[in-house]
Design a protein around this ligand. Structure first.
Ligand code: PNS
Length: 168
C-alpha cells in the first residue's frame, strides 16, 4: 500500500455533529496528512437536519482545520475509500458494546475493498457518552446540550425545537 498523502476518511451521518465528532476529527488530523469528513447522502432514516444543514454545520466546525475537507458520499463506504485512494477509515470507539458491530463493519469493508483499513480511535473520556441520537433526543425534549455540541450546533437545535427552549 503506498499513499503519497495519507488520507483518512471519517464517514457518518453527523445528524447533528457533536463534540465527540470534533474530537475524532482533531485526533485523526494529528495522525494523518489529510482528513475527509464524508457525510452519507442517503441514510436509511429521515435525518433531523437536511444534508445542506449538516454540511454547513460541519464546515463551520472545521473552518480552522486546514488539513480537513468536507465531502459527501452515497453507496458503499468501501467504494468511496477506493475512489479517494484513502489510507484508512477512522472510527471512534466509545464503548466495548460498540466494538463487535464496528469490528464486523471493518471486516465487511475490507471484504468489499481489500485495501480498506480501519483505524479505531478512543475519544476523550468526557465525550464517551455523546451520540447524535442522544443529542437529538435531549434537545427534542428540552434538555440541555451545552458541552455535547458546539454552540453553533446548539443554536440550530434550539431553533429546531423552539417550544422546548429553556428546558422545562
Ligand atoms: O453516523 P454513523 O451511523 O456512525 O455512520 C455509519 C456509516 C455512514 C459509516 C455507515 O452506515 C456506512 O458506511 N454507510 C455506507 C453504506 C455502506 O458502506 N454499508 C456497508 C457497511 S459494511
Amino acid at each position: 500500500m503506498s499513499h503519497a498523502t495519507r488520507l483518512a476518511v471519517l464517514a457518518g451521518s453527523f445528524d447533528p455533529p457533536t463534540n465527540g465528532h470534533v474530537d475524532m476529527i482533531t485526533r485523526a488530523a494529528a495522525l494523518f496528512d489529510r482528513v475527509v469528513v464524508a457525510l452519507l447522502v442517503n441514510p436509511a432514516k429521515q435525518p433531523l437536519f437536511a444534508l445542506d444543514e449538516r454540511l454547513e454545520m460541519m464546515r463551520e466546525l472545521v473552518a480552522q482545520m486546514p488539513a480537513v475537507e468536507i465531502d459527501t458520499f452515497d453507496g458503499l463506504l468501501a467504494d468511496y475509500v477506493r475512489k479517494r485512494n484513502a489510507a484508512a477509515v477512522v472510527r471512534g470507539l466509545r464503548t466495548a458494546a460498540e466494538f463487535s458491530e464496528e469490528w464486523q463493519m471493518a471486516l465487511m469493508n475490507r471484504h468489499l475493498n481489500p485495501a480498506c483499513e480501519t483505524v479505531f480511535l478512543v475519544p476523550a473520556a468526557e465525550h464517551m457518552q455523546i451520540s447524535s441520537r442522544l443529542v437529538r433526543e435531549i434537545a427534542s425534549l428540552g434538555g440541555p446540550v451545552t458541552g455535547l455540541v458546539a454552540p453553533s450546533v446548539e443554536a440550530r437545535l434550539a431553533r429546531r425545537f423552539p417550544a422546548r427552549r429553556g428546558g422545562s
